[in-house]
Each structure stands twice: as structure tokens, then as C-alpha cells.
Design a protein around this ligand. Structure first.
Ligand code: ADP
Length: 263
């Protein structure tokens, strides 16, 4: 018990430190992107310079994404739950993400006609989705016809599912699926993927906090997350969130591979 206490104290100290650095770094980045904007305007007729400035801009956006991840991870305070209409929420997030996904990657969103409502913290869910889309983007970087799909379905989970994954608090769930045809993950990587600071992306590219944050966010919503992945084929991430309000149940969840309900 004492060891656990020390561990959580340490994590808290790391969180505070990281949060402080991330906050200052964020201000610095704002200075960089502000100046970039002005430089791009001034360099309008110099294509070579504009090219380089665009590259810098892309890197700055990436850095901003990483800092956002660190800030969310170290964020204290309570979750603010409100009813969220999932179809419009997802469409909005995809629209915002389109700018940070290169044009050669097809990013599609299939939300259906039913308005599924979930009680959730919109900032937390948005950040979780962004992390998952960014992971998919990184995974498809070197494949021939890169594609990412975000899909929303209504599902009714069965008794067995509820027993196996007690974190799920409702039989009717919204299922958000994020699939990519990227490099996939080895079983070894899948074993560690939710651990904070676990990354295969190398220094300056990944923080290893993305999936840890997603896991925490889904847990605080009484949901569950399942990951299916195969090297060289791709990855499917399924997120189950309890529905606040629903129409008729459509699908039944039978694929429970890798669902992490009560870790
Ligand atoms: P980061 O993205 O900063 O590395 P994450 O916690 O989001 O941190 O992911 C941890 C690791 O899991 C990644 O470094 C990568 O190896 C693997 N991973 C996550 N999502 C995917 C995906 N969609 N396809 C392939 N590998 C993935």
C-alpha cells in the first residue's frame, strides 16, 4: 500500500512538472505560429520560402498537438458531464482534424441517421478522439492507399459482455470505431500500448501519453475500449459509451476481443 502511495505521489509530481513546462512551451509556440503567419504573408511571391514556411507550420502544429496531450494528461479538476449528440460531435471533430491530416490520406466519417446521445465531457472526448485519429494518421504514413474511417453505431451489449466488462454501466451503448489500414501493432506493443510514456515513435515524435489519456477518459465515462490490430494490416479501435437516450437497438456486440473494462 505504501509503495502504491509513493507511486501515485510521484505520478502527481510528474504531472505538475509536465503541466508547468507544457504551459510555458505552449506560449512559446503561440509566438512561433503568430510570426509564421506574418512571414507567410510577406513571402507570398517567393514559392521556395513559402514551401519552407509550410513545413515549419506543419511541425509547429504537431508540436502543439503534443503539448495539448501533455496538458490534458496533467490536467487536474473534475469532468464536466453534459448530454452530447454524438453524430454532430463526431462530424465536428473530423472537420477540425481534416487540416492536420495530409491530403493523400482519406478520412471518412459515417455517423448514420439516428441521434445517439451520450452524457460526457466534450473536451475530454474530443481530445481522446483526436489522439486516436493522430495515431491512425501516423500509422498510415507509409502505406499505399492510406485510409482512416470513423464510424458511429448503436449497439446493445449482452449479459456476458456486461459481466466481463463491469466498467460498462448501460446495456445500450454508442460504439465509435476508428479504423486504419496502417502498419498495425505487434502483440508485444499491444500489451504495453495503454501504459503512460510507452511510445514506439522516438524522441520528439511521441509522448506515449495518447492512449493512456484515451483509456482514462473512457473509464471516467463508464465506457470500455477494445483494440484489434494486426501488423501490416491495420488497427481497429472500438469505444463503447453508455447511451443517455436511444432509439431502437440495432446491432448486438459479439466481438469482445481485447475489451478493457475493469483494468
Ligand atoms: P504516442 O502516439 O505518443 O506514441 P500513444 O499512447 O498514443 O503514444 O501510443 C502508444 C503506441 O501505440 C504508439 O507509439 C504506437 O506504437 C502504438 N499505436 C497506437 N495507435 C496505433 C495505431 N492506430 N496503429 C499502429 N500503432 C499504434
Amino acid at each position: 500500500l505504501e509503495a502504491q502511495f509513493h507511486q501515485s505521489q510521484k505520478m502527481e509530481a510528474v504531472g505538475t512538472l509536465v503541466g508547468g513546462i507544457a504551459h510555458d512551451f505552449n506560449n512559446t509556440l503561440a509566438g512561433i505560429t503568430g510570426n509564421l503567419y506574418l512571414a507567410k504573408k510577406a513571402a507570398d511571391s517567393l514559392p521556395d520560402v513559402v514551401d519552407r514556411l509550410n513545413s515549419i507550420e506543419e511541425l509547429a502544429f504537431r508540436a502543439a498537438g503534443m503539448i495539448q496531450q501533455l496538458l490534458t494528461f496533467s490536467r487536474k479538476g473534475t469532468v464536466q458531464m453534459h448530454p452530447i449528440s454524438m453524430p454532430s460531435f463526431l462530424k465536428e471533430v473530423i472537420k477540425l482534424q481534416e487540416v492536420s491530416v495530409p491530403e493523400n490520406i482519406s478520412l471518412t466519417c459515417q455517423v448514420g441517421d439516428v441521434d445517439l446521445i451520450v452524457n460526457g465531457d466534450i473536451n475530454l472526448l474530443q481530445q481522446a478522439l483526436i489522439n486516436l485519429i493522430n495515431n491512425a494518421r501516423d500509422a498510415v504514413e507509409s502505406v499505399g492507399t492510406p485510409a482512416i474511417t470513423v464510424k458511429l453505431d448503436q449497439c446493445s451489449v449482452d449479459e456476458e459482455f456486461l459481466e466481463r466488462y463491469p466498467a460498462i454501466t448501460s446495456r445500450d451503448v454508442a460504439c465509435i470505431t476508428i479504423s486504419d489500414n496502417g502498419e498495425g501493432m505487434s502483440p508485444e506493443i499491444q500489451k504495453h500500448m495503454f501504459e503512460p510514456f510507452f511510445t514506439t515513435k522516438g524522441v520528439g515524435k511521441g509522448t506515449g501519453l495518447g492512449l493512456a489519456m484515451v483509456y482514462g477518459a473512457i473509464q471516467s465515462h463508464g465506457g470500455a475500449i477494445a483494440v484489434e490490430s494486426e501488423e501490416g494490416v491495420g488497427t481497429i479501435v472500438r469505444i463503447y459509451l453508455p447511451l443517455l437516450q436511444s432509439g431502437a437497438a440495432e446491432g448486438v456486440v459479439d466481438d469482445t476481443t481485447g475489451v478493457l473494462g475493469g483494468r
